[in-house]
Design a protein around this ligand. Structure first.
Ligand SMILES: Cc1cc2nc3c(=O)[nH]c(=O)nc-3n(C[C@H](O)[C@H](O)[C@H](O)COP(=O)(O)OP(=O)(O)OC[C@H]3O[C@@H](n4cnc5c(N)ncnc54)[C@H](O)[C@@H]3O)c2cc1C
Length: 549
């Protein structure tokens, strides 16, 4: 035997599973198709937002939260409605309890800290029992994604130094070895060495075969977002047709290549049609991976228009209901939409997702964070305003709309109609109450101290007021990101077969397992629950596989 257990995938879930198995005294072979430069996988690039319930940060912001409210929100969002939701639903309950309890003390105990202004992601569809977070729960980790990866990477590197973990990088798994009805190892190809920097697509040229044997295998191979062919093949009809043009929100190694491998070994994949793609994708002016796009996490002030310049219906505003907006826009007949705002709002309400887009938080620099708070437009957004192909600016609507039509290569947008929309919206701002549902939502957001202090809900003002200008238009495309479905597992992270029995010796966690059970989120997510799902399911898989070997 080459190790007690093998972990396939050195992303966050794989690191957590490995660290747990080592803590239980096991020897681990950690296998990944990428080089060591990519340790931590997608989580390194992430914003580091974590879903906590009833946290000290929430209390500091006077947010009242509870496990009951979080469970109501989770169920209203997930919409579990299939027989295969049996394990996902049980994982969901366990995860919400974890996020309301042990999660924070565990992570704080290994050195993690969070930014005090709790973010309010996925504010929902307007119904108390429906989609969305009733209260802010998105806790950005101090150090963003790298800050989430660091404690686990440290543990795994320490175990590599003592020989408890052997890293087999540039090893691509293509088969699970089955002997006497039990998964006993992995086979695949060694890939040619490649010095590509972290996140940059690397060569897939094979230079030989390999085989490793162990008492159990844990699959933590991530989702499918980097593989547009798979995303298209699994795209659900309920969201319309897949866009002809999509951006990519994940590195190329998020390729779904382990899915058929697990199926061939008898594992069952469920909920493949459930996916979490964003509609606010902007082309990265400085890309790292192929088709690299950034997601704008927006606030409630900007107007969102379809390709013909029609305002999206309530409550489809930036940051409210990702999948309802995606579904609506897929019926518009175009692959893009527009946000219309001004420089002051963009500067405060647009957060850019990704560790490299937030060097102040990623670098844990208090002076830089304070500088951002005092600056009208931070350097990352300014780069997009200066170099991003999707960003347009002008002092008046007629000029802006002419530029928008120029970028789209069409004459779909009518400046007079768009100016009317903006003026109608601006006329709603004379009172602290309003008829326009989006303006009402803006007032509501400002009742939350965190949004008011950070200006994530900008003080109400006329978008056309030149003091806040120039006007800004942003063209946005769909950006592929998370796979909500995946390998079906029980609460012990054991991979299940089509008969519902565990496949002996096989475990799965992280995005590959739908963040737990084969789809802990159901149809939709509350955000911050992906990293959390990797931590929770990775830990469960590491413990269970260690106990089994
Ligand atoms: C820009 C960005 C921002 C994000 N922000 C947040 C956030 O704020 N909050 C949040 O909760 N989530 C966020 N996410 C999502 C979250 O980061 C991911 O869902 C999570 O990190 C997935 O981790 P994983 O370990 O399951 O998989 P991955 O990180 O994808 O790792 C899988 C690994 O498996 C390897 N692999 C795959 N197939 C094979 C094979 N056949 N053989 C060998 N190796 C293989 C891959 O090379 C890869 O290294 C973000 C993601 C991105 C990209």
């Amino acid at each position: 035997m080459d190790a007690d257990l093998i972990v396939v995938g050195h992303g966050l879930a794989g690191l957590v599973a490995t660290a747990e198995a080592v803590a239980a005294g096991r020897r681990v072979a950690l296998v990944d198709q990428e080089s060591q430069a990519n340790l931590g996988g997608q989580a390194f690039w992430s914003f580091g937002g974590l879903f906590f319930v009833g946290s000290p940060e929430q209390r500091l912001m006077s947010i009242k939260d509870s496990v009951e409210l979080a469970w109501q929100d989770w169920c209203g969002t997930a919409g579990f409605d299939r027989p295969e939701d049996h394990w996902p639903r049980r994982w969901a309950r366990a995860y919400v309890e974890f996020a309301s309890g042990e999660k924070r003390s565990w992570l704080a105990g290994i050195g993690m800290r969070w930014f005090p202004l709790v973010g309010w992601a996925e504010r929902g569809g307007g119904r108390a029992g429906g989609h969305g977070n009733s209260v802010p729960r998105f806790h950005v980790t101090w150090g963003t994604g790298p800050g989430v990866v660091a404690p686990f990477e440290e543990r795994v590197r320490a175990a590599i130094a003592t020989g408890r973990v052997v890293l087999h990088d540039r090893h691509r798994v293509e088969e699970l070895i089955i002997e006497s009805g039990r998964v006993a190892g992995v086979r695949g190809v060694r890939l040619t060495p490649d010095a590509a920097a972290r996140g940059v697509a690397s060569s897939r040229e094979p230079v030989g075969d390999f085989e490793l044997r162990a008492g159990a295998v844990v699959v933590t191979s991530g989702g499918i977002g980097g593989n547009h062919d798979l995303v298209r093949a699994q795209w659900p009809a309920r969201l319309g047709t897949a866009p002809a043009r999509m951006h990519t929100g994940v590195p190329a190694y998020v390729d779904g290549s382990m899915q058929p491998v697990v199926q061939s070994a008898g594992g069952r994949l469920i909920n493949g049609d459930r996916m979490w793609h964003y509609v606010e994708g902007i082309e990265n002016w400085d890309p790292i991976w192929p088709g690299h796009a950034i997601r704008i996490l927006g606030g409630p002030s900007s107007l969102w228009l379809d390709a013909r310049g029609r305002r999206l219906p309530a409550p489809l505003w930036l940051g409210y209901d990702t999948l309802a907006t995606l579904k609506h826009l897929r019926q518009s007949g175009f692959d893009y939409s527009w946000v219309l705002t001004n420089r002051a709002v963009a500067g405060k309400e647009f957060a850019l997702s990704g560790s490299e887009q937030n060097p102040d938080l990623t670098g844990r620099s208090i002076p830089a964070v304070l500088r951002r708070a005092r600056t009208e437009v931070g350097p990352a957004l300014q780069n997009f305003l200066d170099h991003g192909v999707d960003f347009l600016q002008a002092d008046d609507i007629a000029t802006l709309v002419a530029k928008m039509n120029g970028l789209a290569g069409s004459t779909l947008l009518d400046a007079t109609a768009i100016e009317r929309l903006v003026r109608d919206r601006d006329a709603q701002l004379g009172n602290p109450f309003a008829k326009d549902a989006q303006v009402v939502a803006l007032h509501n957001a400002r009742a939350y101290r965190g949004d008011r202090i950070s200006k994530r809900a900008f003080p109400p003002h006329a978008l056309l007021d030149p003091a806040y200008g120039p006007l800004v238009a942003v063209r946005m495309h769909v950006l592929t990101r998370k796979s909500l479905g995946g390998i079906e597992t029980d609460l012990g992270a054991r991979v299940l077969s089509v008969t519902g029995d565990p496949v002996p010796g096989l475990y799965a966690a992280g995005e590959a397992a739908g963040f737990g059970g084969g789809g802990v989120h159901g149809y939709a997510a509350l955000e911050g629950s992906f990293l959390g799902g990797c931590l929770f399911s990775g830990r469960a898989a590491g413990r269970a596989a260690a106990a089994d070997t």
